[in-house]
Write a protein that binds this ligand. Structure first.
Ligand code: FDA
Length: 505
């Protein structure tokens, strides 16, 4: 709902009284646009008509986060929280509703990473990482401390820890060590009353919900305590490209069975673009051990020692992002983003292998006008062994792989062919992917699958269930009950936040 200017004036006044003015950027401020755009990746979500926040606050201390929440609450102004700004629909900094007045709490300044002293000694160590840190900063800090210690999370190094951990965190080591959320052991969170809680004081229901229930809904997570994992000093990566003419369809068909069942320390994901499939792999070990395993389990790939690239785990984090071995590991510390490419993303999960004949009809989609790419991420292993209700991420046992559809178009060009392509392909794929619900990954946010309706200032359960069932399946009801217990007035909300509904109703 729109607010009277008196209300928003009261909110701003409260911020100025409680937070250093240098950390507050109102719409009229000279630096407002620079701060707003600082972590935006997708120009689709930054146009002349994009609904902007009334104010952006950039806390340098947890007390500023608490003050912002209390000021918002007291004046009826909702807040959106931004960590790395990579949300595929921009929900951390824009609203879909033209009349919404809201503030943004941008955590980019809260990004310290403290690796426990025993991490230098080896495994079983931990780290506290603030939400405003990026994955690249986390990887770098851990590995510089000890190159045989790492963390399981996503591929793009500029992703923010805050949003990523809130939704799951899938990456090249999840078959061995699980999602990021499977390795979170404590957190500090500012709730809708502005109180600062940790695992012990928030309780296990709320601690369960923030590990995968999607960002925004339950409060502002300021920091996360994670278990680090042990990796060998040398790992092996490869990129093997097969065109349709070289039998890509046969290899891909076989991959559907092999990818999710290989030993857990091998991950092979597939990127399909044009008439080519790129099989991209991380093995937590040496080339000489990998070659015999793949020639036994996956001879169709034709992998040989000539495909192997041996490197440190930290270098592999750079390699999977850049496909280039010459980029220095310090590049992981860069927070810079570019606004050159528009994107639209959607996702699916596959529980039954797609028949080879069907792949023959899928490949032509990749050369149509407006075609982008699809990425297939194998599950199974550790990630598949976690019970579906252990965290809100329900896509566990029985999932073969996740599909991400990506439409791209350059700035200045007309995106209608690309957006038509992605929605038509998604419709076509419905016959081959999981059903009832048709599952989707909350971190690949997609507003086409449903958006909240707010009635009497509270998000309705029914509107949330439409998309919530796809992201969370049987865990959605429990998420709604946690929301009802911790934020019954629905202060933390966006177009896909969890609606409050207690189990009894
Ligand atoms: P952003 O700041 O936009 O936040 C995302 C959502 O979480 C918003 O709703 C926001 O309000 C909320 N939120 C943010 N910080 C919060 C906090 N501290 N407390 C509570 N709520 C908070 N995913 C993946 O699993 N594996 C991968 O390999 C990739 N790769 C990838 C590449 C690229 C180029 C992009 C753009 C995205 C991905 N992703 C991904 C998806 C990514 O994990 C997802 O977009 C994350 O939510 C991004 O987190 P940010 O903090 O950057 O986003």
């Amino acid at each position: 709902p729109s607010l009277s200017s008196a209300t928003s004036d009261g909110f701003l006044q409260c911020l100025w009284e409680n937070i250093p003015s240098g950390l507050i950027y109102t719409q009229g401020a000279i630096n407002f646009t620079d701060v707003l755009v600082s972590s935006i990746r997708n120009p689709r979500l930054f146009t002349n008509t994009t609904v902007r926040p009334l104010v952006i606050v950039t806390p340098t201390d947890v007390s500023h986060v608490q003050a912002a929440v209390r000021c918002g609450r007291a004046n009826g102004v909702h807040l959106r929280v931004r960590s790395g700004g990579h949300d595929y629909e921009g929900l951390s900094y824009r609203s879909v509703r033209a009349d919404e007045v809201f503030g943004v709490v941008d955590l980019a300044n809260l990004r310290s990473i403290t690796v426990s002293a025993d991490a230098a000694a080896g495994p079983m160590s931990t780290a506290w990482v603030d939400s405003g840190a990026t994955l690249g900063e986390l990887y770098y800090k851990i590995a510089k401390n000890n190159p045989e210690v790492a963390f399981s999370a996503g591929i793009c190094p500029t992703i923010g820890v805050g949003g990523h951990f809130s939704g799951g965190g899938i990456g090249m080591m999840m078959r061995r060590f699980g999602l990021s959320i499977d390795n979170v052991i404590d957190a500090s969170l500012v709730n809708a009353d502005g109180d600062l809680l940790n695992r012990a004081t928030m309780g296990e229901d709320l601690f369960w919900a923030i590990r995968g229930g999607g960002g925004e809904s339950f409060g502002i997570v300021v920091s996360w305590k994670v278990s680090l994992v042990k990796v060998p000093s040398t790992v092996t990566a490869f990129n093997i490209v097969r065109s349709v003419d070289q039998g890509a369809i046969d290899v891909l068909s076989k991959w559907q069975d092999v990818g999710p069942t290989l030993p857990n320390d091998i991950t092979i994901r597939v990127i399909v673009q044009g008439q080519q499939a790129t099989f991209q792999s991380l093995y937590l070990g040496r080339c000489s051990d990998l070659v015999p395993v793949l020639s036994t389990f996956f001879p169709e790939l034709g992998m040989t020692s000539g495909d192997c690239l041996e490197m440190t785990w930290l270098q592999s984090a750079v390699f999977f992002n850049t496909w280039n071995l010459n980029v220095p590991v310090e590049s992981l510390l860069s927070r810079g983003t570019s606004l050159s490419t528009f994107t639209k993303n959607k996702s699916d999960y596959v529980r039954r292998a797609i028949p080879k004949e069907a792949w023959k009809s899928i490949f032509p989609w990749l050369t149509m006008n407006g075609a982008g790419m699809i990425i297939l991420e194998p599950h199974g292993g550790f990630i598949g062994a976690v019970p579906a209700g252990a965290t809100p991420y329900p896509h566990r046992s029985g999932v073969l792989y996740n599909i991400q559809y990506i439409a791209l178009w350059p700035t200045g060009s007309d995106g209608s062919a690309a957006t038509r392509w992605i929605s038509n392909l998604y419709e076509f794929m419905g016959q081959y992917v999981s059903k009832n619900p048709r599952e989707a990954y909350v971190n690949y946010r997609d507003l086409d699958i449903g958006q909240n309706v707010v009635v009497d200032d509270i998000t309705t359960f029914d509107s949330g269930e439409v998309w919530g069932d796809k992201y969370f399946a049987g865990n959605f009801r429990r998420l709604a009950a946690v929301k009802a217990a911790v934020d019954p007035t629905d202060f933390f909300r966006n177009e896909q936040s969890i609606p409050p509904q207690s189990m009894a109703t």
